[in-house]
Design a protein around this ligand. Structure first.
Ligand SMILES: [Zn+2]
Length: 227
């Protein structure tokens, strides 16, 4: 009888105990994994939904900016590209996009509205869109300006994407004391997409295809930087 009880313990109760213990531990480790996954999802969501991007269309109203070789104004080019960028960014539910102007409004430099607007929003990124001008109409190229060291990486990514899209000469990333990128407290860049004073470049720059391509490159750059 005693032998039977020992056999029962060895062959039935011990294996049964081991099986139950294993099941329980695998269930709880699954539960822990699920909880960690939920926490990561929440973290990811809040990081992305809170991502605020300010798009600044250069100039506006009586401030026409550069006058192109054809007589068209920079303020219209910057607004057109800014609207395209904004439209593309809005397709991403995780990004909130804000524009410093969405029509031909005049924004005075003295008001410092552009950087103040971005700072008050506590924005994550600030992009000012411009086109260049020079007395020598043969000058061509794309360049990106930054001021603070914390904007350099963003500037490098934007310049790389932008040059690919424009196909213009790569004039590089430059540091300059421009108030929109100096007074902003988040990574901020000023994009000089191309020279409106260069007739060949200008004729391309007013086309929908060119502007769509530039807008896509800007959005790709924002995504690349924010990853
Ligand atoms: Zn400008």
């Amino acid at each position: 009888m005693k032998k039977k009880i020992i056999m029962l313990i060895i062959f039935v109760l011990i294996p049964l105990f081991v099986i139950l213990e294993y099941k329980d531990s695998s269930f709880s480790s699954k539960k822990i994994n699920l909880e960690i996954k939920n926490m990561e999802d929440e973290k990811e969501d809040s990081r992305l939904t809170d991502y605020k991007v300010v798009i600044d269309a250069g100039h506006g109203g009586e401030d026409v900016g550069a006058t192109g070789a054809s007589g068209q104004y920079e303020k219209n080019f910057t607004l057109s590209v800014a609207k395209k960028v904004s439209k593309l960014l809005e397709q991403n539910p995780h990004i909130q996009v804000y524009m410093t102007r969405s029509d031909d409004s005049f924004i005075s430099q003295e008001s410092r509205h552009r950087p103040i607007y971005a700072n008050d929003l506590n924005a994550d990124l600030f992009l000012s869109i411009h086109a260049n001008t020079f007395t020598d109409s043969s000058v061509s190229g794309t360049e990106t300006f930054y001021y603070h060291p914390y904007s350099l990486k963003f500037a490098e990514i934007m310049q790389k994407n932008l040059v690919q899209a424009t196909g213009f000469k790569d004039r590089g990333v430059k540091k300059d004391d421009l108030f929109v990128i100096k007074d902003t407290t988040m990574p901020a860049v000023l994009l000089e997409i191309g020279y409106l004073t260069n007739p060949q470049d200008e004729s391309q720059m007013w086309t929908e295809d060119f502007q769509d391509c530039v807008a896509t490159a800007i959005v790709d750059g924002i995504k690349e930087y924010s990853r």
